[in-house]
Design a protein around this ligand. Structure first.
Ligand SMILES: Nc1ncnc2c1ncn2[C@@H]1O[C@H](COP(=O)(O)OP(=O)(O)O)[C@@H](O)[C@H]1O
Ligand SMILES: [Mg+2]
Length: 240
């Protein structure tokens, strides 16, 4: 795994590649013959109406589901060809953020984030230090001991983002992460994703919201009925 841990912030190298990927659920073709290349350090929006296949695409990239056909390479590693234990290691390098946050309501902000380090056997002193740092970085200073129900939607999403990035993922996948947030908070959360991206993490952000994409300079991939129907060119502004 060493080879995927230390990339420079942005380059021409490929981070995610889909070759003729299809995903079928019974008779339903959720994705049909999708080809897509996402470079290291890019910020890409995946957009399209509800049912288009956005979530399926993210889940395939995460290795949570296998394609029915075609192949997916993450940093040149074919997800279909690696052993289960290697796939688990790979998934630790990919963060995932959801619309509904998926936090543990019986644990504090600090505990929700620390858990991501506990499960990989990190030392308690390191866990304390890193968790404090990351909570500060996402703007949750002073909220460490509060439980998700005591926090606003935007604050809860910040916890989920902290949890997703604490292991310094090479890729951050976000599935409608602002879908439950009001416009002002959405702007703040978008800024946070952009900051994470500018620090070198490749971000793939799924949204059905046209509002969110209005005026965006980021690359946008439009899918409909499981097919990529439109794609803008990669932006170069992330280049250092
Ligand atoms: N686990 C599943 N079982 C059966 N059908 C599914 C499953 N996941 C997704 N689908 C179907 O695949 C299509 C794409 O769904 P999805 O990827 O969730 O779209 P989006 O995220 O763009 O709304 C939909 O028709 C959906 O019903
Ligand atoms: Mg979805």
């Amino acid at each position: 795994m060493g080879r995927i841990s230390c990339f420079p912030a942005f380059s021409n190298s490929t981070m995610i590649q889909l070759f003729n990927v299809s995903k079928q659920f019974g008779q339903n073709m959720a994705l049909a013959d999708v080809n897509l290349r996402i470079r290291q350090g890019e910020f890409v929006f995946i957009t399209g109406p509800s049912g288009a296949g956005k979530t399926t695409l993210l889940r395939l990239i995460f290795g949570a589901q296998r394609p029915s056909d075609g192949s997916i390479l993450i940093s040149n590693i074919n997800l279909s060809r690696i052993r289960r234990d290697k796939l688990d290691l790979m998934r630790r390098r990919i963060g995932f953020v959801f619309q509904d946050f998926k936090l543990l309501s019986g644990k504090t902000a600090f505990q929700n984030v620390a858990l991501a380090l506990e499960v990989i056997g990190e030392r308690p002193s390191v866990i304390r230090k890193k968790t404090r740092q990351i909570l500060r970085a996402v703007g949750l200073n002073g909220k460490e001991t509060l439980y998700p129900p005591e926090l606003s939607g935007g604050e809860q999403q910040r916890i989920a983002i902290a949890r997703a990035i604490i292991n310094e993922p090479i890729i951050l996948l976000a599935d409608e992460p602002t879908g439950s947030l009001d416009p002002d908070i959405t702007k703040e959360i978008m800024l946070l994703f952009r900051t994470i991206n500018l620090r070198g993490t490749t971000v793939v952000f799924a949204t059905h919201s046209r509002e969110l994409l209005r005026d965006t300079e980021q690359r946008t991939v439009l899918i409909k009925g499981g097919c990529v129907v439109q794609e803008t060119a990669p932006t170069l502004d992330a280049q250092p």
